[in-house]
Design a protein around this ligand. Structure first.
Ligand SMILES: [Zn+2]
Length: 96
């Protein structure tokens, strides 16, 4: 019986230690991105394997160069635009 109590105590200690370690590791990511701190060098790739869970891939507008969440991108001819207006503007330039 005593052995069982010791094992339960050890299990609780291990779980507590792992949780506090994970919490300490995730703390910088919870605060969100500081603007301009990390340039995105993988913007051309469709998927970034090193992406941190809970964050979003950023994309660069092909017309004005502004960075925005990739989920809001307007995709025309394989290029990302920040808005339908910029996508339309650039396709007009290409056509004529
Ligand atoms: Zn734009």
């Amino acid at each position: 019986m005593m052995r069982l109590i010791v094992w339960i105590a050890v299990a609780i200690l291990v779980i507590w230690a792992v949780r506090s370690k994970v919490r300490a590791m995730m703390a910088p990511y919870r605060e969100g991105f500081a603007p301009g701190s990390a340039p995105n060098r993988n913007q051309g790739q469709p998927q970034d394997a090193r992406r941190v869970p809970g964050t979003e891939r950023m994309s660069c507008c092909a017309a004005c160069g502004v960075y925005f969440p990739a989920s809001e991108a307007v995709r025309v001819d394989g290029r990302d635009y920040c808005s339908p207006a910029h996508a339309h503007q650039t396709s007009l330039h290409k056509a004529g």
